[in-house]
Design a binder for this molecule. Structure first.
Ligand code: DX5
Ligand code: ZN
Length: 219
């Protein structure tokens, strides 16, 4: 059962609540909040105040993607603001167990992410401890980038590891996911698809765009 996670980074922030509801109408089952600190990635995006603002607007789980040098500094603030799951990068937290436990202590879901130049096998020791593994399909920092073709083999490799070590763990992909690339990522084993530009930049509108991506992902 594929899931679509609209990335609000690409949304018109003057209409954020309304647009999130439109993706929900199209079948989105979570909202992807891209948090960037200008250090781990060369861009600054949004903080816990955006989660706080969205919380009363949607019942969808709010999934926070922490593209930050020090994720441990931000977990408490996002949980208090209403986040349902927190995803942080192995590149900055090579020994993630303590932070995983800290997130779990709140009863929240936890995910680990890695960039396109990171060996997917390095997540294997932690797969049993997490709810979601995020295989980045672009180098993070900006929406609207192109899917990196080598990602497909990496998704396949991660899928095999998840099936072997923790079949309950979700496999999420993020970056350049659109009508042309989602089928390839799904065939390689991805089950959760982050899309920003492909949803909020689609002239058909977020509802139809989300619905179409779900169909192409095999729903
Ligand atoms: C990294 C972010 C992605 C990005 C996706 O840049 O983590 O979630 O917003 O945007 P699109 O779908 O436009 O590539
Ligand atoms: Zn993201």
């Amino acid at each position: 059962m594929p899931s679509i996670a609209p990335s609000i980074l690409a949304a018109d922030f003057s209409r954020l609540g309304e647009l999130v509801k439109q993706t929900e109408a199209g079948g989105a089952d979570r909202v992807h909040v891209d948090v960037m600190d200008g250090h781990f990635v060369p861009n600054l995006s949004m903080g816990a105040v955006v989660v706080k603002g969205l919380r009363p607007v949607t019942k969808l789980p709010l999934e926070v993607h922490l593209m930050v040098e020090e994720p441990g500094k931000f977990v408490d603030g996002f949980v208090k603001a209403g986040a349902d799951s927190l995803i942080f990068h192995l590149e900055v937290q090579p020994d993630p167990i303590e932070l995983i436990r800290h997130v779990r202590g709140y009863g929240k879901k936890v995910g680990l992410a890695f960039n396109p130049d990171y060996d997917p096998s390095r997540i294997e020791p932690f797969l049993a401890d997490i709810d979601l593994a995020l295989c980045m399909t672009v180098f993070p920092g900006f929406g609207g980038q192109a899917y990196i073709p080598e990602s497909t083999g990496r998704i396949r490799q991660l899928r095999a590891a998840i099936d072997r070590l923790n079949p309950k763990c979700e496999l999420e992909v993020d970056g350049g996911i659109d009508r042309r690339t989602i089928g390839e990522a799904a065939n390689a084993g991805a089950t959760v698809f982050v899309a920003g530009t492909a949803i909020f930049g689609d002239p058909a509108g977020p509802t139809e765009a989300t619905r179409e991506l779900l169909r192409l992902a095999g729903d």
